[in-house]
Write a protein that binds this ligand. Structure first.
Ligand code: ATP
Length: 281
């Protein structure tokens, strides 16, 4: 049986500006999105038995059509008119409902993997178009580079110069609903968003853009997020920010040693999910 095993990386947002609410209910955003080395692992296997089967085995993540990876495979099968069976096994390492884009990354990885396994020959652009029908962050993961993301997240411009950096990822194990965060956000009328630089020479340049409009909303409900930011800075991070709609916080470090040391000290006292990840370039 033809089979592929792929890594599905998480992301963090170095920047997240919410510009306006759109008539379709989505929001126009300006984001800087960075893939990181914390990954789910996905094995996709073609089968003679028609149908799509997802095995994930993580509490809170559905195995059937409720899984966004299932819907990604279904979208490609429908488009191609093929009758193949597809088995998808997901090893979930990325915290769920955490602001790290785990589900979107799984979906993008399935789009890329099924396209290859079935020899569909769909372009990256076409897969991104299919991706945005599944979720606003899916095109970014298909794109596969650090990017400025605009629109609802589907208009992507690559950011080429990204310095090597490490981050400590801290998730206090509180699931946060993205819909609740956007629903609770007070928007500033006429916001156009600042100019966002496209070149980052060093960690200081990345720290200069760190900002997330959703942070105050999520912190108002979960003040621990603010405490985690302070702990990261006190442990030597050059900057710290909540990712996406939260609650995960990342702290940036110019060296792996510094990140490992901070992760050790925060992990020891907290009992939270704490890991060190590299920015992927
Ligand atoms: P984002 O930052 O894009 O909002 P997130 O990290 O906050 O993403 P996810 O972990 O992607 O959130 O999952 C959100 C919800 O989607 C969960 O409640 C989960 O049940 C559901 N879900 C469906 N498929 C998956 C999947 N493959 N991985 C994780 N969650 C999934």
């Amino acid at each position: 049986m033809k089979s592929l095993t792929l890594k599905a990386p998480a992301k963090v947002n170095y920047r997240l500006d919410v510009l306006r609410r759109r008539p379709d209910g989505y929001h126009d955003l300006r984001m800087i999105m960075q893939r990181i080395s914390l990954c789910d692992e996905i094995t996709i296997t073609l089968s003679d038995m028609p149908g799509i089967r997802v095995a994930c085995g993580r509490e809170g993540v559905p195995d059937g059509p409720g899984n966004i990876a299932w819907r990604a495979a279904d979208a490609l099968l429908k488009l191609s008119g093929r009758q193949s069976g597809i088995d998808i096994a997901i090893t979930k390492n990325i915290p769920v409902a955490a602001g790290l884009g785990g589900g979107s990354s799984d979906a993008a990885t399935v789009l890329l993997g099924v396209n290859e396994l079935l020899g569909l020959g769909l372009s990256t652009e076409r897969l991104m178009e299919i991706g945005v029908t599944l979720g606003a962050d899916v095109p970014f993961f298909v794109f596969g580079k650090t990017a400025l993301a605009e629109g609802i997240g589907e208009i992507l411009t690559p950011i080429e110069a990204v310095p090597p950096l490490w981050m400590v990822i801290v998730n206090p194990n509180i699931p946060v609903s993205t819909a609740w965060v956007y629903g609770s956000l007070r928007l500033t009328e006429g916001r156009i968003g600042d100019n966002i630089p496209r070149f980052f020479k060093g960690v200081a340049d990345v720290c200069a853009v760190l900002s997330n409009d959703l942070e105050t909303v999520t912190i108002s409900k979960h003040p621990v997020i603010g405490e985690i930011k302070e702990m990261l800075i006190a442990s030597g991070a050059s900057g710290a920010l909540m990712s996406g709609s939260g609650p995960t916080v990342f702290g940036l470090f110019p060296s792996e040693e510094g990140a490992l040391e901070a992760a050790r000290s925060i992990g020891e006292v907290s009992g939270w999910f704490v890991t060190v990840a590299r920015a992927l370039v």
